[in-house]
Design a binder for this molecule. Structure first.
Ligand code: SF4
Length: 269
């Protein structure tokens, strides 16, 4: 099978744990206003690779990835080419390579059995999912990405059911995703996911603008100032508040259930 690949980075340090071999897939149905890879949006084109060729290339530098690193599929949106992704990850796992999927979750459909079956298979060969939740509010999400977020949030729940380790990423954009209410709401949602392993909160930056100019695409966040790491740390505090609130409620309801079970068994005796 042929995969349409935008590019490959052999020494990635931000796309998963350790040093990683990062494969940028072509194609993405989202249109995030701050996307810094608009050149990956179009499906098709790019370089044509087979899974075997990619893994041969991986092997050339495999010493880099030995210490807690591995292979990351990103993009674009890798699940747009889910059959190819599945083949690549299956073959990578056969070679004992750590696999990480960096995704927006946009292609997930629980109600479509053929699609769900592919995701079930993908979960079995994926060691880590990095899920970008762009905006917790459905309307805010549509404005920011031109796509709904219901299937994305459902994908997060599904990964929890499958117990696939999960990293959540969230970009703070001034005036769009920096409201306290939305941040705590996001935290409250992800606080319900027991597979959550890490949370990356990133400041909005403007480094992608040049690409938009080159491609002749309108940049929708013109005039929005870049944020600093300090801003992202501040925002993260609110997300953590939401997580704590949800976890406290879950513990409480867990305690109540235990109490109820105890009372029931006493009555039976
Ligand atoms: S999901 Fe990723 S690749 Fe797609 S538009 Fe958004 S930021 Fe860009």
């Amino acid at each position: 099978m042929i995969g349409h690949i935008h590019s490959i980075e052999t020494f990635g340090t931000v796309d998963g744990p350790g040093t990683r071999f990062v494969v940028f897939f072509k194609g993405c149905p989202m249109r995030c206003a701050y996307c810094h890879n608009p050149d990956t949006w179009e499906l098709g084109g790019g370089e044509e690779w087979t899974a075997d060729k990619i893994l041969e290339y991986y092997d050339e530098n495999k010493e880099f990835y030995m210490n807690n690193g591995g292979l990351t599929a990103t993009g674009g949106e890798p699940t747009v080419q889910i059959d190819f992704l599945l083949e690549l990850f299956t073959k990578a796992k056969e070679k004992g390579i750590h696999t990480c999927l960096d995704t927006s979750g946009i292609m997930f459909r629980r109600n479509e059995p053929a699609i769900l079956a592919k995701y079930d298979a993908l979960c079995k060969v994926t060691d880590l999912v990095m899920l970008d939740i762009k905006h917790i509010d459905p309307e805010g999400h549509k404005e920011l990405t031109l796509q709904p977020n219901d299937n994305i949030l459902d994908f997060a729940r599904y990964l929890n059911e499958q117990q696939v380790p999960l990293w959540i990423r969230h970009v703070i954009v001034p005036g769009i995703t920096d409201q306290v209410e939305e941040l705590t709401r996001l935290g409250y949602f992800i606080g319900g996911l027991s597979n959550l392993k890490a949370l990356d909160v990133l400041p909005y930056h403007t480094m992608g603008i040049v690409k938009y100019e080159k491609l002749g695409i309108e940049y929708r966040l013109k005039g929005v100032e870049a944020l600093t790491n300090k801003d992202a740390i501040e925002a993260k505090k609110h997300i953590l508040d939401g997580i704590r609130k949800r976890r406290a409620e879950l513990n409480q309801s867990h305690e109540l259930e235990e109490q109820h079970k105890e009372e029931e068994s006493k009555t039976e005796n």
